[in-house]
Ligand binder design. Structure first.
Ligand code: GLN
Length: 490
């Protein structure tokens, strides 16, 4: 279920060398979406052809007159539907925002447009980014392009499926507790969760503000680096945005891991991990060794507390962030109901889906007067300790190697039956967000069903370049996707 297209940086080179036009590229992308998305279901909204072509022509003009010279000029990009796009519907895959058309664009979207990227549409996701399969979307079922009976992962499932099916070469996702890395792993694509504060959150509809980061999804490491480079940078509109001078990520795509020290947290290889994934991770470790890195396992303390700390903090922040959806300021308002409170109640009851309601209830509970100390405050303390245990690990290791998720993509329909079990699956990803660290998910093999396996490389704060260098070196050496099971990849 994939299409033959070339990767982003190669595509933009062809455009700049006038071997193809932006208009041609736009039409090809629309055709890809038309043929593939009927079965994949990655897009909630696609730009109308006329509008897309007008944008394509405007970009072409700027390329021709030498204004646009960068690696994203003319490249189609899909955007997760929790990232605001001016005059283009942005729903968070929720009924409550079904008709919301933002009057402004997120900073990351503005940066993409300034770089000449062609935004083609908005991708499906778990409602308000809460979930691990994209099945909590109020509107659409997205399927894994490698096997349509399986989920694409979540919550950025639409973005990762769109890139995996090669409907588009690039997409933006958001990662609060793994939502870029896990669906990237499930779909056999590459995704980066940047250091907290690297990409502006202005215009990203908040789930848990202290954890959320926008990041890139692509077919390979260098495309991912180019996309991250375009969206990174300080933004005065986001108070948590960092002043970083070291965002030349494409320059980190060099093949060299000699002398690098890589640690594998022991607990991440223990019970609950699929045997095929364990094997793939150990094989990746061997590849790194063969390339000159030192790899060893080590005990990373407190891993068992990451899930409870994450779900308490994320739900607490969500309950506060989602208070703004009240039927007055944005989106859906229940048609009948007497008085203001009744209207609030009905709008929220009808507008939010069950997973979102579960989180709002949990979050309100842990923030309530009687339970604040026992739950929320304790979770914050745990978060500080988790951050500390990473700091200690990075005194010894340049980066950490870990699975992205304990299983490959489950079948459609099975995960939602047991939400608690679904929460537990996030064991390998959430602590990275709690600690504000960067991590990249890269394909590292296939399980015996032919589904992709992803590994995660985790770095200390600001160590994206080390991650990109290691991931790029691995990708070039292992060429995992070239060994895809027959018939699955073109
Ligand atoms: N699965 C996690 C959750 O439901 C992660 C979500 C995310 O990163 N947006 O909270």
């Amino acid at each position: 279920m994939t299409q033959k297209t070339i990767a982003a940086t190669a595509l933009s080179r062809e455009i700049r060398e006038h071997k193809r036009s932006v208009r041609e590229t736009a039409l090809e992308t629309l055709k890809n979406i038309q043929t593939l998305d009927v079965s994949v279901g990655a897009f909630l909204t696609v730009l109308p052809e006329e509008e897309l072509l007008a944008k394509a022509d405007a970009i072409q003009k700027k390329i021709d007159d030498g204004t646009l010279t960068g690696p994203l000029a003319g490249v189609p990009v899909a955007v997760k539907d929790n990232i605001c796009t001016k005059n283009l519907r942005t729903t968070c895959a929720s009924k409550i925002l079904e008709t919301f058309v933002p009057p402004y664009s997120a900073t990351a979207v503005e940066q993409l447009e300034a770089a000449g990227a062609l935004i083609v549409g908005k991708t499906n996701m778990d409602e308000f980014a809460m979930g691990s399969t994209t099945e909590t979307s109020a509107f659409l079922q997205t399927r894994n392009p490698w096997n349509l009976e399986h989920v694409p992962g979540g919550s950025s499932g639409g973005s990762c499926a769109a890139v995996a099916a090669k409907e588009v070469p690039l997409a933006l996702g958001s990662d609060t507790g793994g939502s870029i890395r896990q669906p990237s792993a499930f779909c056999g694509v590459t995704g980066i969760k940047p250091t907290y504060g690297t990409v502006s959150r202005y215009g990203l509809i908040a789930y848990a503000s202290s954890l959320d980061q926008i990041g890139p999804v692509a077919q390979n490491v260098s495309d991912c680096a180019a996309l991250l480079e375009a969206i990174a940078g300080h933004d005065p509109k986001d108070a948590t945005s960092l002043q970083r001078q070291d965002c030349q990520f494409s320059a980190a795509c060099v093949q060299d891991v000699k002398g690098m020290k890589i640690g594998i947290p022991e607990a991440y290889l223990q019970e609950g991990l699929d045997e095929d994934i364990r094997e793939a991770i150990l094989k990746a470790a061997d590849t790194f060794r063969a390339l000159g890195a030192q790899v060893e396992t080590f005990p990373l303390p407190l891993t068992e507390y990451a899930i409870p700390a994450y779900y308490l903090i994320a739900s607490a922040e969500a309950s506060s962030n989602l208070a703004r959806f009240d039927g007055v300021k944005y989106g859906y308002r229940a048609p009948e109901g007497e008085g203001l409170h009744e209207m609030y109640k009905r709008s929220r009851s009808q507008g939010f889906g069950p997973e979102v309601k579960r989180r709002i209830m949990l979050g309100s509970f842990v923030l309530s007067a009687g339970y604040y100390d026992a739950y929320y405050l304790k979770a914050l303390r745990t978060r500080a300790l988790i951050r500390e245990s990473y700091t200690k690990a990075f005194r010894t290791y340049d980066l950490l190697l870990a699975p992205a998720y304990p299983t490959t993509a489950p079948k459609l329909g099975v995960s939602l039956e047991d939400p608690l079990k679904m929460y537990l699956g996030d064991i390998h990803t959430v602590s990275v967000n709690l600690a504000g660290l960067p991590a990249i998910s890269v394909p590292c093999g296939f399980d015996r069903q032919g589904l992709p396996i992803g590994m995660q490389l985790i770095g200390d704060a600001f160590a994206e370049k080390t991650l990109i260098r290691a991931a790029y070196t691995f990708e070039q050496a292992a060429d995992v996707l070239a060994a895809a099971p027959a018939g699955k990849e073109d």
